[in-house]
Ligand binder design. Structure first.
Ligand SMILES: Cc1cc2nc3c(=O)[nH]c(=O)nc-3n(C[C@H](O)[C@H](O)[C@H](O)COP(=O)(O)OP(=O)(O)OC[C@H]3O[C@@H](n4cnc5c(N)ncnc54)[C@H](O)[C@@H]3O)c2cc1C
Length: 433
């Protein structure tokens, strides 16, 4: 066993939206920060192969849960945000307040440092315009969505967001990691943290695997941000039992319809959205690369559809699922759909079909089920106090796992704001205020 020579003010485990925000804020204020990231830190190519390597390794970054529902996460610098669709949804402020967490000020603070605005009209995809026009015509409250996109770098009719965006137009947690490194943080990639070192009920460091060695690193504070699946696994190994149960994963499917007046299947995904809060359903347009669509078509036993692309209008219907399931010892995801979840998914399909029908679409069909946002595995109020501290002193959690209730919305803005709020607490700024 080796030990890192340097001692740190803070070790941040994981570099997704939660970890990257805390690492950036602490290092900007002069703290000595070490980021330990399981994944690599390769330059973005914007290719399917790179996404495959980071997101499709069974048991590591991809899981097949009950009901044959596939789920992926990014094991790479930036976490899943490297491959996300850059849709920013306002956090559930009032629900979080019920758990004693008020993130109202941090929302604006984050929006001031990341791009977060609706796309310009000329960057909207044809599919998004068809979706919006038809939905508005039917009386839905369909609005342009806030996007984490540097619009001056965004390319019209480009569909590479999902491959990470090779044009640097998509903001992701990688941008915050880059800032942190510039402010003096250190990052070790391909470092898989296995457990937290605890002495007298106090976290004093972490143990991780790197280049086939087990290494110990020490710090005054440890911030666990390994994501909704990763964090409970590490906590259990560190002696905190009961985590990793009753979580959400926001199941979804894609729905396609052929609309002849649409001539390009390409474009930025999730430019517009309908939030049906009472029903727990979110509908969006959802362009994706042809190869990804073809994979869904083959997976759904519809190989004949795999060659149709240019005239297709793709929508996504995502629902707020109930809390259930558990994360296995090695991180496998065990969760099925409850009857209520299935009803919501069917209702989501019905809404999408109605909108596509109204747009004159033909040959409407849907993909197999997927899920993309595992969270609520280490809930505030159950395992964490309102400052995100665990039962161990100096050990905090900051990622999707802390969300204490069902979600049904893309959670990255919520996680970024929680990261900002935790950073203020660690820097003592909350007391000064
Ligand atoms: C395809 C896709 C599209 C999405 N689109 C959107 C969207 O448009 N809008 C939105 O808001 N959300 C979207 N999401 C969800 C969003 O990306 C995640 O909710 C968000 O990234 C979660 O942030 P996090 O900090 O909790 O964890 P993650 O992003 O999962 O980051 C966790 C990090 O920890 C690392 N890690 C894990 N285990 C260990 C370990 N043992 N040791 C060291 N490091 C470890 C991982 O490699 C990763 O870097 C999407 C997700 C996917 C997969």
């Amino acid at each position: 066993m080796e030990t890192l020579k340097n001692e740190f003010d803070a070790i941040v485990i994981g570099s997704g939206p939660g970890g990257a925000t805390v690492a950036r804020e602490l290092s900007q204020h002069g703290k000595k920060v070490l980021i330990l990231e399981w994944g690599p830190n390769k330059p973005l190519k914007g290719s399917f192969l790179q996404m495959f390597q980071d997101c499709f390794i069974l048991g590591k970054s991809m899981f097949m849960t009950k009901n044959f529902l596939a789920m992926v996460r990014g094991i790479t610098t930036g976490g899943s945000s490297r491959y996300y669709c850059a849709l920013a949804c306002d956090p559930p402020v009032e629900r979080l307040k019920k758990y004693g967490v008020d993130i109202t000020p941090e929302i604006e603070e984050i929006k001031n440092i990341v791009p977060c605005e609706p796309l310009r009209d000329d960057l909207m995809s044809q599919a998004a315009k068809v979706f919006m026009d038809s939905a508005l015509d039917l009386g839905y409250d369909c609005q342009k969505a806030n996007k984490y996109i540097f619009q001056d770098k965004c390319h019209k009719d480009c569909d590479l967001c999902l491959y990470g965006c090779p044009h640097d137009a998509k903001w992701s947690a990688v941008n915050f990691v880059d800032d942190a490194l510039e402010y003096g943080a250190e990052m070790i990639n391909k470092a898989k943290v296995t457990k937290i070192i605890v002495e007298n009920n106090k976290a004093i460091g972490v143990e991780y695997r790197h280049k086939k060695k087990t290494i110990k690193a020490y710090a005054s504070k440890v911030i666990l941000a390994a994501g909704g699946i990763g964090s409970p696994v590490i906590l259990r190994e560190s002696g905190i039992e009961g985590v990793g149960h009753n979580f959400f994963f926001d199941p979804l499917w894609f729905i396609w319809g052929k609309v002849d007046r649409v001539t390009s299947g390409k474009g930025v995904p999730m430019c517009s959205r309908i939030i049906l809060e009472d029903e727990g359903i979110v509908l969006t347009d959802h362009n994706m690369p042809h190869l990804v669509k073809a994979i869904f078509d083959f997976q759904g036993f519809k190989p004949g559809k795999a060659f149709s692309f240019s005239h297709m209008v793709p929508l996504q219907a995502k629902v707020r699922d109930g809390l259930s399931g558990h994360i296995g010892k090695s991180g496998w995801v065990w969760k099925g759909l409850m009857d209520e979840d299935k009803k919501k998914l069917n209702a989501g399909f019905d809404h999408a079909k109605k909108i596509l029908d109204n747009a004159g679409a033909e040959k409407i069909y849907k993909s197999p089920l997927l899920a993309a946002h595992p969270g609520g595995t280490v809930k505030i109020g159950e395992f964490l106090d309102t400052d995100l501290k665990t039962e161990y002193d100096n050990l905090y959690v900051c990622d999707a796992s802390v969300i204490p209730h069902e979600m049904g919305l893309p959670p990255s803005l919520t996680i970024l704001t929680l990261g900002k709020r935790l950073s203020k607490h660690l820097l003592g700024q909350d007391k000064a205020a």
